[in-house]
Design a protein around this ligand. Structure first.
Ligand SMILES: Cc1cc2nc3c(=O)[nH]c(=O)nc-3n(C[C@H](O)[C@H](O)[C@H](O)COP(=O)(O)OP(=O)(O)OC[C@H]3O[C@@H](n4cnc5c(N)ncnc54)[C@H](O)[C@@H]3O)c2cc1C
Length: 409
């Protein structure tokens, strides 16, 4: 470890994505003297690397969320920043272009002086310690290095690829790049694709991959169990304020809250603009929508997949396809029960979970372990369906900051 890095720290934030950055600057806004008392820990050694990689790998031109959603505590800061730039906000909903958002985040990092606060390491183990009356958390980092923290916030994103059962059991007799989850695809590495590609999933990621493949000469089949449908934002804007959140937070049953999250997210959706772009390609014959279809099995045959799928409708029908490449844009699933970082914590402090989400307290603390906090999608039972988005980072920071700053028990 760099000698400058302490072996003890007040606050360790695991992860350095947009959610972690939102919390870090929120803490500094409330208490500037914290600037040397917290660290973010991320293998990238820099803020927002995974975010940047995802946007570049899928060649995403702009965000889905409007300009008020970003890591700075002032909601209008991005809009003000945009006024001095050539990159812009895409009308009519002022969606920040990817480059603008990244430059703005760079500006946030500079203004708040947090550029040097990311320790380049993976946290491999988290364990509770008692020091007299005081509770601490021990973090084992890559290479066996060790850091003791008074308080820890997990901001690790934490979604695991959601794979259909046939993909999990596929014998590895095919070239590995011919069947990938979207999280493994990097369009920048692909030049020409004079072939047929099947993209499974009804969400925006599948659409970005479809556009990238078409640009490289591929004919694309987009397949989903449902109809492809358009929705402006990931979650209805009612979930970004009291309209729906009040009812959600008044709901005493965690199971019902979980159901509310599922129905609000309602699987993957496209934006209206992307859907009409895809429809243009469908009219031109480079893209086909296979709706209400589900892959049943696939078989690698020489240089292509033979795909057997079921088409639902009044009569279920089995059909076949031949494609050279399959991308699973089937999303990610957050199940904190499988997080290695929580295994020892769960042993010491078993916590109830619903659908894989832990039941945290109102400050997003792990039950029984008051110095461990969780933000991101795993905090959705408290924060609602937008927990994993940029807005969720703001909501989580508002809950966590007062507890970290000792303004509450
Ligand atoms: C393609 C794409 C586009 C999106 N667009 C939008 C959008 O427009 N608007 C919006 O609101 N949301 C959007 N989202 C949702 C998006 O996931 C979140 O907004 C954001 O990335 C979540 O931030 P995060 O900090 O929770 O997670 P991440 O960005 O995933 O960051 C988590 C970090 O934790 C680190 N980490 C994980 N485990 C460990 C460990 N053990 N030790 C140390 N570090 C660790 C990772 O390296 C990573 O850097 C988009 C998501 C995707 C995939």
């Amino acid at each position: 470890m760099n000698e400058a890095w302490p072996q003890e720290i007040d606050i360790a934030i695991v992860g350095a994505g947009p959610q972690a950055l939102t919390l870090a600057v929120r803490l500094l806004q409330k208490k500037n003297s914290l600037s040397h008392r917290f660290l973010a820990i991320d293998p990238a050694g820099a803020w927002l690397e995974r975010w940047r990689r995802q946007f570049s790998a899928y060649e995403i031109p702009h965000l889905r969320s409007p300009a008020v959603h970003h890591p700075d505590p002032n909601p209008f800061a991005l809009r003000a920043f945009a006024e001095s730039r050539s990159q812009g906000l895409v009308p009519p909903y002022d969606l920040p272009e990817t480059r603008l958002f990244e430059d703005f985040c760079g500006d946030v990092i500079r203004r708040w002086g947090v550029g040097e606060r990311v320790l380049p390491a993976q946290v491999e183990r988290l364990e509770p310690f008692s020091r007299g009356q005081q509770q601490r958390l021990g973090l084992t980092l890559t290479g066996g290095r060790f850091l003791m923290a008074k308080r820890v916030v997990l901001a690790v994103g934490g979604g695991a690829p959601r794979l259909p059962s046939w993909a999990k059991t596929q014998p590895p007799v095919y070239p590995p790049e011919r069947l990938l989850h979207a999280g493994q695809v990097d369009l920048r590495r692909l030049k020409q694709l004079n072939e047929r590609a099947l993209i499974v999933g009804s969400g925006l990621t599948g659409a970005h991959l479809a556009l990238g493949a078409i640009k490289r000469g591929a004919k694309v089949i987009m397949m989903a169990r449902r109809s492809f449908y358009a929705k402006l934002f990931d979650a209805d804007p009612g979930w970004l304020g009291p309209k729906y959140l009040n009812g959600f937070q008044a709901e005493p049953s965690w199971e019902k809250r979980w159901q509310m999250i599922q129905s609000a997210r309602n699987g993957g959706s496209l934006t209206p603009a992307i859907l009409s772009q895809l429809r243009r390609f469908a009219r031109a014959g480079t893209l086909s929508f296979y709706e209400h279809c589900e892959v049943q099995s696939v078989q690698w045959q020489g240089d292509a997949w033979r795909v057997t799928y079921v088409q639902s409708g009044s009569r279920q029908r089995l059909a076949h396809l031949s494609v050279h490449r399959i991308w699973l844009a089937t999303g990610t699933v957050i199940d904190a029960r499988g997080w290695p970082l929580l295994s020892e914590i769960s042993e010491h402090y078993p916590a109830p979970t619903v659908g894989g989400l832990p039941v945290l307290d109102q400050h997003l603390r792990w039950p029984g372990c008051p110095n461990l906090f969780i933000m991101g999608g795993a905090a959705a039972l408290q924060l609602g369906p937008a927990a994993r988005n940029l807005f969720g980072g703001r909501l989580a920071s508002e809950r966590i900051a007062p507890a970290l700053l000792g303004k509450t028990s």
